[in-house]
Design a protein around this ligand. Structure first.
Ligand code: ATP
Ligand code: MG
Length: 719
């Protein structure tokens, strides 16, 4: 076997990795910490199995955690020398694999009952809640949806929900019997006169059932796929495991890799039990443990070891101490800020310096606990003109132009006057371009920030269409729409070059040169619901999962790592927050963050007016710099003008279909209402207003200021 693997390929592996890669066909389990090369090992294993002739490339099904990871796996296989065969390896998420299989097998098992993927569960759950007489506000529906998803991925039927929830001490939002009623109603609402609506869990359920109940389907499938690989196996749900079992049948050609200490999806029903019990299920399995961390500097690795070193419980008992393999790098830094805007301003100023120092923007990430935290960073990055992409949040598919684009594509898909040859393959790229033209997809990049943002989103959509048709020449518009729906659900946006903003959950498996872990305050990280009113621990298991989440965050960084938090939420707000309890014992005594760190000079944006226009002292901090005065110096704010500007901004944002801060941030509007700029030059002196903004909005803003001035001449002559 070994002799058929190129020497070069094995060179790039350490002995333990090589053992997993070259293990004979059959069950293999790699249990290892972050950055030790698990994902890389499975890629090499597939390459090896194919190169050694054990299996054909198109007989391998590799399950990855995200669609992006699937793409990366294919790329790495190509680099490994599999060439065109790399594309034949099926690398997909559980959901995408099930979607594909179900589409293929549906006619055999259900006949001509039509079905389609449920675009959004939210409205259906809301309707079900209404039927059950429960509140239908967003939070209530979100909680109910969470319970339904947990039950389905744990293979719990509506009639068993109440008992299971009590057995597992679920923190149920309402009386369990009522939740079960909503679950029942939700399931029945998906059967409509036009056919069945399937959510993502249904895809998995139906796929497993098809293989379990229809021998012909199982035979055909098992004849086609012979070797299975699962990445991030610690976060597999009972439902996904059932699909995997159905795929395998009584075979055992299965490689799994995972790190129980990175289990972060327990709330969805995922469990590391399957990973930890793998060798009990397959006593003949090759089990490999990896300890060398190839991703991060020893400084980052040491912090990671300390974060997870104090974890408790069964999972923690399986951890291995990571040993950093890279050259030394900078020590991770800790920083405390007065409020969230100050934190965001300082982080973005630091990002700016990273970029200036040569770190590619795509190699920088800001990671946070909950998606709502992205807003402050979106604002701050927008102010500094640094491109970014939000992963794992509402993000790309929630953008108005992308939603409009999907509607437009759906209209084209429903036309029956198109010749057959223009309905699939590269021809649909042309159709897509034509359909998106009226939405702002011009041939050349337009001027103006909003138009450009729209344009790049639409361009990314066309690029994605090109990529998908290159992978599947038979792809048609309905197929494209299905893929887009699947990606929206899986929150897998097309790649845009820029700083990544992502939740810690969405960051797993990924790595960047520079990582900022932000908002690390108690009640956010760990999240409030694992704590009691008085800050005591209310949910021990939940707290441990939060700790693992921080471990995942720390281990994303290759080289630069900063951890920060803010004492207040809003600008100058009451400082009621404390730094995360997880940081206790991690911050060196000589770190500035062991005291209260004032916003430092690094948070002063370059080229900005450095002195207060009221007291003439040097300005410190982004907020002060943008306003042109110290935070405590008296403001000469014209509240009326500020109100007018805010109304104008609301209208403008609605017209352009962008969020308000994209037009101007609150700080910029405040600065205008304080400084009464009379001309373009005065506008340009306000940080945050560049030539583009003056082009776009200058005239309207100056007109508003002038009108206000005519109305109240007291305001004349302010500079
Ligand atoms: P995670 O737990 O975060 O998913 P992982 O164990 O899957 O991490 P990989 O992403 O496979 O780790 O590898 C981490 C980094 O280390 C990658 O950049 C990879 O290319 C590199 N790497 C892995 N093994 C080696 C090796 N033997 N020699 C050099 N670099 C390696
Ligand atoms: Mg990995």
């Amino acid at each position: 076997m070994m002799e058929r693997v190129s020497a070069h390929e094995l060179d790039a592996l350490d002995p333990e990795q090589a053992a997993a890669v070259t293990a004979p066909r059959g069950p293999v389990c790699v249990l290892a910490g972050a950055g030790t090369g698990k994902t890389r090992t499975i890629t090499h294993r597939i390459g090896h199995l194919v190169a050694a002739g054990h299996v054909k490339a198109d007989q391998v099904l590799a399950v990855t955690f995200t669609a992006r990871a699937a793409g990366e796996l294919r790329n790495r296989l190509r680099v490994l020398g599999l060439g065109g065969a790399a594309n034949q390896v099926q690398a997909r998420t559980f959901h995408a694999a099930a979607l594909r299989q179900l589409r293929y097998f549906w006619p055999q098992i259900v006949g001509d009952v039509p079905w389609r993927l449920l675009d959004g569960k939210f409205p259906v759950v809301a309707q079900a809640a209404r039927r059950a007489g429960l509140p239908t506000h967003t939070e209530s529906v979100r909680d109910l949806l969470g319970e339904i998803e947990w039950a389905k991925s744990s293979l719990i039927a509506p009639e068993d929900y109440a008992a299971a929830a009590s057995r597992q001490h679920r923190d149920v939002p309402y009386d369990a019997a009522r939740v079960a009623e909503v679950y029942t109603a939700y399931e029945s609402l998906k059967t409509t006169p036009d056919g069945l609506l399937l959510d993502f869990d249904d895809l998995l359920l139906h796929t497993a059932a098809a293989l379990e109940d229809y021998p012909a389907v199982a035979d055909e499938f098992r004849g086609r796929y012979r070797s299975f690989v699962v990445d991030e196996y610690q976060d597999v749900t009972p439902l996904q495991q059932r699909v995997l079992d159905a795929w395998l049948g009584d075979r055992d050609d299965l490689t799994v890799v995972g790190d129980a200490n990175q289990t972060i999806y327990s709330f969805t029903g995922a469990t590391p039990g399957y990973l930890l019990d793998f060798s009990r299920r397959f006593p003949e399995a090759t089990v490999v443990r990896l300890e060398r961390d190839y991703r991060s500097t020893p400084q980052v690795v040491s912090l990671a070891n300390r974060v997870i070193g104090v974890a408790r419980g069964r999972i923690a008992g399986t951890r291995l101490q990571l040993i950093g393999q890279r050259a030394d790098g900078p020590e991770p830094t800790f920083a405390e800020y007065q409020d969230v805007p100050a934190e965001a301003g300082a982080v973005v100023a630091s990002i700016k310096r990273m970029i200036a120092a040569g770190v590619p923007t795509a190699e920088i990430a800001v990671l946070y606990r909950i998606n709502a935290q992205s807003e402050a960073y979106e604002q701050a990055l927008t102010e500094q003109g640094i491109p970014y992409q939000v992963r794992g949040g509402e993000g790309f598919f929630q953008r108005p132009e992308v939603k409009q684009a999907v509607v437009a594509l759906r209209q084209v898909a429903s036309r029956d006057d198109l010749p057959a040859e223009s309905r699939s393959g590269t021809a649909i790229v042309k159709l897509a371009r034509a359909a998106l033209g009226p939405l702002g997809l011009t041939a050349a990049e337009p001027v103006g920030a909003q138009a450009r943002e729209r344009w790049s989103a639409l361009t990314a959509l066309v690029a994605l269409t090109e990529e998908l048709t290159a992978q599947d020449a038979a792809l048609d518009l309905p197929g494209l729409l299905r893929e887009l729906a699947a990606r929206a659900e899986a929150r897998h946006p097309p790649t845009v070059q820029g700083v990544t903003l992502a939740s810690l959950h969405a960051a797993k498996g990924l790595e960047w040169d520079a990582v900022y872990l932000v908002g690390l305050s108690d009640g956010t990280m760990p999240i409030a619901h694992v704590l009691g009113e008085d800050g005591s621990v209310a949910d021990e298991a939940g707290l441990e999962e939060e700790r693992r989440l921080l471990y995942v965050g720390v281990t994303r960084a290759r080289e630069h790592l900063q951890l920060s938090w803010a004492l207040a939420r809003g600008e100058g707000g009451r400082r009621t927050r404390r730094r995360s309890r997880f940081l206790n014992g991690l911050i060196p005594d000589d770190s500035p963050a062991s005291r209260i760190a004032a916003p430092t000079a690094e948070s002063v944006s370059a080229g900005a007016r450095p002195y207060c226009r009221v007291c003439a002292k040097p300005l410190i901090g982004t907020y002060a710099t943008m306003l042109g005065r110290c935070r405590r110096c008296p403001a000469e704010l014209d509240a009326e003008l500020l109100g007018l500007l805010q109304e104008w901004r609301t209208d403008k944002a609605a017209d352009l279909q962008v969020r308000e801060f994209v037009v101007f941030t609150d700080t910029t509007l405040t600065a205008i209402a304080e400084q009464f700029p009379a001309d373009d030059a005065a506008l340009a002196a306000i940080p945050g207003i560049g030539a583009k903004k003056i082009d776009q909005y200058g005239a309207e803003v100056l007109a508003l200021v002038a009108a206000r001035h005519r109305q109240d001449p007291k305001t004349a002559g302010r500079k």
